[in-house]
Every structure is written in structure tokens, then in C-alpha cells.
Design a protein. Sequence first.
Length: 171
Amino acid sequence: MEISTGALFAALFLRLGLSWLLAVCSLYAAILVLVFVVDLEHRLILNVVTFPSIVLAVVLGFLVPGLSALSGFLGGLFYGGLFLALYILSVIIYKREDALGQGDVKLALFIGLITGMPGAFIAALIGTLLGAVVGLWTMVVRRASSKSTMPYGTSLVIGALLVLVWSPWIK
């Protein structure tokens, strides 16, 4: 994990140079890595991480060059709203709160705020597709069922990190 985090910080440095944006994106990346590890190990996305991160993203949204507060708001509205709708549908249709957790909804809101639009759309697309591939692979290799759970936040984090490192609108 330490090597991949170091590589992530190096990629951000190469992309952004020594700047205010590097500090902000490195902080966001550290938060996302923390969420990834905790979700992978415990299948939890902790409120003690997401709530302060959301507040931080709202405040820093006014200060990040290339990402306007409006773009961040729209990204949060899109990604957070999408996952809130999916969470509500999973509870209503499947009568299961573990099909998509509330932590995933808060994580999606945070990711939307830090990637803005269209970054939130791209992060959602990458994260969702990656989650589907991992879920299908797990079902085939481990013979898991469609009712099995997986740490979905890890896929969402990977989508967000890819957008943070390579998006042309965050500069």
C-alpha cells in the first residue's frame, strides 16, 4: 500500500508540479487511499472520514484552480444524487440495506465534489464498471452468489483517483 500511495503522490507531482493544487489533490488522494484500505479490510466507509472530507471539499472547492465551486457542486449533486437514488431503490426493491451502503452514497458525494463535472460522470463510469467487473469475477472465481457483498467503495476510489491524476480540467 505504501508503494502505491508513493507512486500516486509522484504521479500527482509530475502532473501538477509544486503547487497549491498539488497539496489539495494530495490531501484528497490520501483521504481516498484511507477509504480504500478501510473498505477493503472492514467493508466500511467511516463517517468520521467522509463527513469532514465533504466539508473540506466544499470549502476547498472555492480555492482549487480549474475546478469551480459550481462544477464541484454539480459533480456532488450528480454522483451523490445518483448513489442516493440507487441506495433508496435497493432498500425499496430488494429490502436490503447492504446491497449499496450509506457509506457509498457519502463517498460518491465526496468524489463528485472533488472531481466536479464532467469528472464526476467519468469517475462514476469507471468506478461502476470496475465494480461490476470485480463483482462478476468474484462470482465466477469464488463462486459467490448475487447476494454476496463486496467492498464497492474500493472501485469508486479507483475511479476517483484516475480522474484526479489524469483529468485535463483539474489543472
